[in-house]
Design a protein around this ligand. Structure first.
Ligand code: GLN
Length: 445
C-alpha cells in the first residue's frame, strides 16, 4: 500500500500509469503472504510489478495506448503475466505507452504523454516510457516493456534505469498485442541488471502458444552475475560513434568503457558496415507487419466502434479513422503501400534481404569480440513537444533497431549524465547469451 499511495501522490504529474489495479495488488500481496507462511515463497514473492499496457490482462483493460482499445478487456492473461503471477509477484497496474508501441518519446499515447521523472519538461523515451518512468520514480521496483526497435532500451536510457531486450524468441509473445511480430520481444525494466536477471529467470522459456518462442533450456540468469571480466573482449562499432552522436553522451560512454578496461577487458574497434541501412530497413519491415497485424481492428470483433454505421464499409472506415492516432495511420499507410503489388519486390523483399546482411554484420563482429558496446540513443532525453518531424523521431532509433533486425539481446545500463539527463550504455551479445550480457552489465553496477 505504500507504493499505491506513492502512485496516487506522484503519478498525476508523471502520467506513467494508464490503469492502477489497487484491489488486485492487495489480493496478490495476500496470496504472496500466504505462500510465505506455507514456506513456498520464491524470491519474487511479494515483489510489486507494473506491465506495459500491451500485455493482455484478464479482467483488466488492455488499451495499448490507443483509443481503439480503450474499452478492451482481454479474456486471458499474457503468458509472461501468468508466469510472474505464479512466481508470487504483485501487479500494481498497467503503464502508459506510445499507441501500439509506435514511437520513441511516449508522445503518441491516447492517454497523454508521460513525463521524465528527472525533469518533467523532458520525454521519458518510448514506447515503454510509462514503465521506465514508473521505475525511475520509485513507483514500482520493476516493470515489463516490449522492444520492437528499442522501446525497452531507449526509455531505460532516458530515465536512468536498466532495460533488457532478450533474444527474439526467448520470451513468449503470447498475449502481447502484436506490433511487428518478427521484431517484438518483451523484457524487464528495473534498477539493476541483477533485478532483470531474476525477472528473466521467470519470463524466459518455450511456450506452446507462441510458435516463435524457442525451446531451449532456460539457464539461471543470476548464476554468472559475479564472474570476473578478465579477458573480456569489447567491440566498439565504429558506426555507433559517428555523426549525430551528442558529445556529452559520447564522453559518458567513453568513461564507461574505461571502467571496463580497468576491470580487465580489452577494447577492439569493429565495424557493422550495414548500420546506415538499419533505419530504412526497419521502417519498411515494421510498418508492413503492423499494417497486417492492425487489420484485425475493424470495429466488429473488438475495440472501438463508430456510432450509427450506415454500411459495413462505413463501419470499418469510421471505426478505424476514429480509433487510430496519426502515427498509427502513417505506419498503416506505409505498410500497405510497401506490401502492395508492384512495390513489394522493391521495398519489402529488398528490406528482408538487407535484414540478413545486418544480421550477418553482428555474427561477423562476434567472431572477434564477446560483446559490443555503444550508446543506447544518440542524445539524452529531449524536451516534450520538440520533435514534430516523424523522420527526426525515427533517427532516435539509430543504435537500437539493428539489434531487433538481427534478433540478438541488448541491455541499456545507466552510465552517468549529461547535465541532469541520464545516459544509457548499450551492451550487445550473441543470440541467447543473456547470462553473459547480464554478467557484463552487472560488473558496471
Ligand atoms: N521507435 C520505434 C518505432 O516507433 C521502436 C518502437 C518499439 O520498439 N516498440 O517503431
Amino acid at each position: 500500500t505504500a507504493l499505491l499511495d506513492r502512485i496516487e501522490r506522484l503519478d498525476p504529474a508523471l502520467n506513467s500509469f494508464i490503469t492502477v489495479t489497487g484491489d488486485q495488488a492487495l489480493q496478490d500481496a495476500e496470496a504472496a503472504d500466504e505462500a510465505r507462511a506455507r514456506g513456498q515463497a520464491g524470491i519474487l514473492a511479494g515483489v510489486p510489478l507494473a506491465y506495459k499496457d500491451i500485455f493482455c490482462t484478464e479482467g483488466v483493460r488492455t488499451s495499448c495506448g490507443s483509443r481503439m482499445l480503450d474499452n478492451f478487456i482481454a479474456p486471458y492473461n499474457a503468458t509472461v503475466i501468468d508466469k510472474l503471477r505464479q512466481a508470487g509477484t504483485v501487479s500494481l497496474g498497467k503503464t502508459n505507452m506510445d499507441e501500439f508501441a509506435m514511437g520513441s518519446s511516449n508522445e503518441n499515447s491516447h492517454y497523454g504523454p508521460v513525463k521524465n521523472p528527472w525533469d518533467h519538461s523532458l520525454v521519458p523515451g518510448g514506447s515503454s516510457g510509462g514503465s521506465a518512468a514508473a521505475v525511475a520514480a520509485g513507483l514500482v521496483p520493476a516493470a515489463l516493456g516490449t522492444d520492437t526497435g528499442g522501446s525497452i532500451r531507449q526509455p531505460a536510457a532516458f530515465c536512468g534505469i536498466t532495460g533488457l531486450k532478450p533474444t527474439y524468441g526467448r520470451v513468449s509473445r503470447y498475449g502481447m498485442v502484436a506490433y511487428a511480430s518478427s521484431l517484438d520481444q518483451g523484457g524487464p525494466l528495473a534498477r539493476t541488471a541483477e533485478d532483470c536477471a531474476w525477472l528473466l529467470n521467470v519470463m524466459a522459456g518455450h511456450d506452446a502458444r507462441d510458435s516463435t518462442s524457442v525451446s531451449r533450456s532456460v539457464p539461471d540468469y543470476t548464476s554468472e552475475l559475479d564472474k570476473p571480466l578478465d579477458g573480456l573482449r569489447i567491440g566498439l562499432p565504429r558506426e555507433y560513434f559517428g555523426e549525430g552522436l551528442d558529445e556529452g553522451v559520447a564522453s559518458a560512454i567513453r568513461d564507461a568503457i574505461r571502467v571496463y578496461e580497468s576491470l580487465g577487458a580489452s577494447v577492439i574497434d569493429v565495424s557493422l558496415p550495414h548500420t546506415e541501412l538499419a533505419i530504412p530497413t526497419y521502417y519498411v519491415i515494421a510498418p508492413a507487419e503492423a499494417s497486417s497485424n492492425l487489420s484485425r481492428y475493424d470495429g466488429v470483433r473488438f475495440g472501438h466502434r463508430c456510432e450509427n454505421p450506415e454500411t459495413l464499409e462505413d463501419l470499418y472506415k469510421r471505426s478505424r479513422a476514429e480509433g487510430f492516432g496519426e502515427e498509427v495511420k502513417r505506419r498503416i499507410l506505409i505498410g500497405t503501400h510497401t506490401l502492395s503489388e508492384g512495390f513489394f519486390d522493391a521495398y519489402y523483399r529488398k528490406a528482408q534481404q538487407v535484414r540478413r546482411l545486418i544480421r550477418q554484420d553482428f555474427l561477423d563482429a562476434f567472431q572477434q569480440v564477446d560483446v559490443l558496446m555503444g550508446p543506447a540513443a544518440p542524445t539524452p532525453a529531449f524536451p516534450l513537444g520538440e520533435t514534430a518531424d516523424p523522420v527526426q523521431m525515427y533517427l532516435q532509433d539509430i543504435y537500437t533497431i539493428a539489434i531487433n533486425l538481427a534478433g540478438i539481446p541488448g541491455i541499456s545500463v545507466p552510465a552517468g549524465f549529461v547535465g541532469h539527463r541520464p545516459v544509457g550504455l548499450q551492451i550487445l551479445a550473441p543470440h541467447f547469451a543473456e547470462a553473459h550480457l547480464l554478467n557484463v552489465a552487472h560488473a558496471f553496477q
